[in-house]
Design a protein around this ligand. Structure first.
Ligand SMILES: C[S@@+](CC[C@H](N)C(=O)[O-])C[C@H]1O[C@@H](n2cnc3c(N)ncnc32)[C@H](O)[C@@H]1O
Length: 241
């Protein structure tokens, strides 16, 4: 796995964070070292998906990046299921294609390079996964995105949504962010890397509060919703149509 050193060098002007080649090359390491319990949440996504996956339906991963989730799901769901990954980064999808081939994925799969801010081609879905992706969709478009997921989903299908979140209370919020940066230090990131990435993500990653995400899900066509994972400012929610 290539080591993430994207923010190691001091820059005078930090450009907005993007998901192009330089990031795609090191993205698996970046996720493993920047997302608390990344491996465990992948395992949880697998466990939940195995219970909701229905034969002859589609499983979508929106913002699928390098395809890690499909690789984890391959052995957990019925054979006649299709995997459909959507991402607007061609560099991420090239990596995903390589990884799927390397892992000899047994399911039918396809990757679609498109912006999730446009009309989504979702149909016959039993499971839709958005792991750390909705936070990058402009708030203006979020309801439309979640509504179109619900529309394309079969009855009793589920959306697995993991997001970075804000706390209602500003003191708790500051504490949670401090604990998160402590986590990044423990993963080997230095102060410069942490500060430069924080600046790059400002205005690009826009977190909601868990209550706001819950309302968004329930007002967009999902009947039930509960939290299945929470670690300071990270939150996983499961919504059922
Ligand atoms: C944090 S990564 C997701 C990680 C991945 N789901 C996983 O579990 O490993 C966010 C992904 O969403 C994609 N993305 C962000 N905004 C997008 C948009 N508007 N349309 C399509 N993809 C988008 C990025 O290219 C990136 O690959």
């Amino acid at each position: 796995m290539n080591k993430d050193q994207v923010f190691k060098k001091k820059e005078d002007l930090i450009p907005d964070f993007n998901f192009k080649k330089e990031v795609a090359e090191v993205f698996d390491d970046m996720l493993n070292r920047s997302v608390p319990f990344y491996q465990e949440t992948q395992r949880m996504i697998g466990e939940i998906t195995a219970d909701f996956a229905v034969e002859e339906t589609n499983i979508y991963d929106l913002g699928c990046s390098t395809g890690t989730t499909f690789i984890a799901l391959d052995k957990l769901v019925p054979d006649n299921i299709n995997f459909i990954g959507i991402d607007y980064s061609r560099d991420m999808l090239d990596k995903a294609q390589d990884k799927m081939k390397k892992h000899n994925i047994s399911k039918k799969y396809k990757f679609i390079c498109m912006d999730l801010n446009t009309e989504l081609p979702i149909a016959n879905a039993s499971v839709v996964i958005m792991n750390l992706t909705l936070q990058f969709i402009r708030p203006l478009w979020r309801k439309r995105v979640v509504e179109s997921i619900a529309r394309g989903m079969n009855e009793r299908g589920c959306l697995i949504l993991i997001e970075k979140v804000l706390s209602i209370d500003s003191t708790l919020n500051r504490m949670f962010i401090k604990y998160y940066y402590n986590f990044k230090r423990r993963q080997g990131y230095d102060e410069m890397e942490i500060a430069q990435k924080r600046e790059a993500l400002e205005n690009v990653l826009i977190p909601y509060r868990p209550e706001e995400n819950r309302t968004l899900l329930l007002e967009s066509g999902f009947k039930e919703c509960d939290t299945f994972f929470k670690w300071y400012n990270f939150c996983g929610m499961l919504a059922i149509k």
